[in-house]
Design a protein around this ligand. Structure first.
Ligand code: CA
Ligand code: CA
Ligand code: CA
Ligand code: CA
Length: 477
């Protein structure tokens, strides 16, 4: 997303100059830029997404690099091995800084490699540092997306397909007018027709309840461009990945001990030489454009046994939709000790409002009445280790009586199209169904928008009329 850059770049000028860049004779920071292969995105082919932008990660943490949409990545190296030292605070061996803010997480997966054949080149084996969401039922690994070049001289939607048969667009927006597909002059190794990127996919914790600003909440741990930075910090003490508070320098701390192989088996590494950071979400945030991770730098963490904090974390897997009355859902619980998942934790569930829902000891929750219910899970052996999740319960179908009067368009219900009157200026239209899936409507002619590709059903439509964002229910027959 775009407007954080200026703000962060400005603040960083003040911070970065005062740090000691040396760890002994070695640099704490990236020393080698080895590969930059972005996905298409609104910052690609701009100063945040040129090959030269990748060089900005070297020597500090004030770089400005966009990885583009899902699968875009960068590979960096160091002038020494980053140790998995037992005295590193919270187990954190290095911190990755992005430009995340409290409601703008754009999670990127982090992979590590040891230079086993000692040729200073990343031709050995990548291991994923498995963060919290790696374990979730809604994540996919490996997930693969193929992007096709729209071959336009200016910004144009970039079509994609994935290995599940889904398709979509990296939608062009009015903020960035250059082509979003990597240009051949800068990225000769990327096919100018189409290319595929593969990696871990996680579901962003997106909150679209305010269409004027889509919030994306932080993943618990183990992703880059996820946790905010602490600009008041003057040292490199890491953020504790197992708390929601921002400790030390903030940013995202990574423990090499989280490494898993392609089968998901834990791998013991005493140190690593290369890091790959890759956008792990495939999602549009409405008018803010696609989610695309930004990276500012990496810092090696020095051992310090005096810094301690909890390394236990309980997480309820998010439910990415509202549930309906009488529906039953199974809540999934994950218990992490030092970032490693402990199977079948014993937990106690409770609800803030027992009239809205009922929950069993095993986490089977039945919705009883409409409203917002908060569910709590606490570890049986230590109730200070807990998590909570808000779930909204809706009536099976809710159609406001004032449907026709609220809308600035007609008809509703609609079949082929909806039409706004001629004297209104209409911006982007988005439809969101009850599962949270979204569509951006194509303008067919003056103030007329096609519904021909939209499945029948009940939607919330978000639309901009004369500069105001409005929403109402729309029935597509
Ligand atoms: Ca470690
Ligand atoms: Ca970001
Ligand atoms: Ca090597
Ligand atoms: Ca923390």
């Amino acid at each position: 997303m775009h407007f954080f850059w200026l703000f962060f770049s400005f603040l960083l000028l003040a911070v970065s100059g005062s740090q000691n860049p040396l760890l002994g004779q070695q640099s704490r920071f990236v020393t080698n830029m080895l590969e930059y292969k972005p996905a298409p995105g609104q910052f690609i082919n701009t100063p945040f997404g040129y090959p030269s932008s990748a060089q900005s990660l070297i020597g500090g943490v004030s770089g400005t690099l966009s990885l583009g949409a899902f699968g875009g990545y960068v590979v960096v190296g160091f002038d020494h091995t980053i140790e998995n030292h037992p005295d590193n605070p919270y187990g954190v061996d290095f911190t990755v800084f992005g430009n995340a803010s409290p409601n703008s997480s754009e999670p990127a997966a982090v992979y590590v490699m040891k230079d086993v054949n000692q040729n200073q080149w990343p031709d050995d084996i990548w291991y994923l540092l498995a963060g919290s969401d790696y374990y979730f039922s809604t994540s996919s690994n490996p997930y693969q997306v193929t992007y096709t070049n729209p071959s336009s001289l200016s910004a144009a939607d970039v079509p994609w397909t994935d290995n599940f048969g889904n398709s979509g667009m990296i939608a062009a927006n009015s903020f960035h007018t250059q082509p979003y597909y990597p240009l051949n002059d800068s990225f000769p190794e990327i096919s100018y027709q189409q290319y595929s990127l593969k990696g871990l996919l996680v579901q962003p914790r997106m909150d679209s309840s305010n269409p004027a600003f889509v919030a994306v909440h932080v993943c618990p741990f183990g992703f880059a461009d996820n946790s905010p930075r602490n600009f008041n910090s003057t040292g490199w003490e890491p953020n504790n990945p197992y708390t929601s508070d921002i400790e030390g320098s903030g940013g995202d701390g990574f423990d090499i001990s989280w490494a898993v192989d392609s089968e998901g088996i834990s791998v013991d590494l005493d140190g690593i030489d290369f890091i790959k950071i890759q956008t792990a979400v495939n999602e549009s945030a409405g008018w803010l454009g696609e989610l695309s991770s930004e990276i500012m730098g990496v810092v090696d963490i020095a051992p310090d046994a005096t810094i301690t904090g909890t390394q236990q974390l309980l997480v309820i897997e998010p439910i990415f939709r509202s549930i309906k009355i009488d529906e039953t859902i199974n809540l999934r619980i994950y218990y992490f000790v030092s970032g490693k998942s402990v199977e079948n934790p014993s937990v106690i569930f409770s609800l803030n409002q027992n009239e809205l829902a009922a929950i069993t000891e095993s986490g089977e929750m039945q919705a009883l009445k409409p409203g917002q219910v908060t569910v709590y899970a606490r570890l049986s052996s230590d109730d200070s280790i807990m998590d909570s999740l808000e779930i909204s319960i809706e009536n099976p179908i809710y159609v406001p009586e004032t449907l026709e009067k609220e809308a600035n368009f007609f008809p509703n219900p609609a079949r082929e199209f909806i039409q706004f009157s001629e004297n209104q200026w209409v911006g982007e239209l988005q439809l969101i169904n009850i599962l949270g899936q979204r569509w951006v409507l194509k303008q067919e002619s003056s103030n007329r928008f096609s519904l021909s590709e939209i499945p029948s059903g009940l939607y919330t439509i978000y639309y901009q009329v004369n500069g105001f964002v409005k929403s109402t229910k729309l029935i597509k027959n």
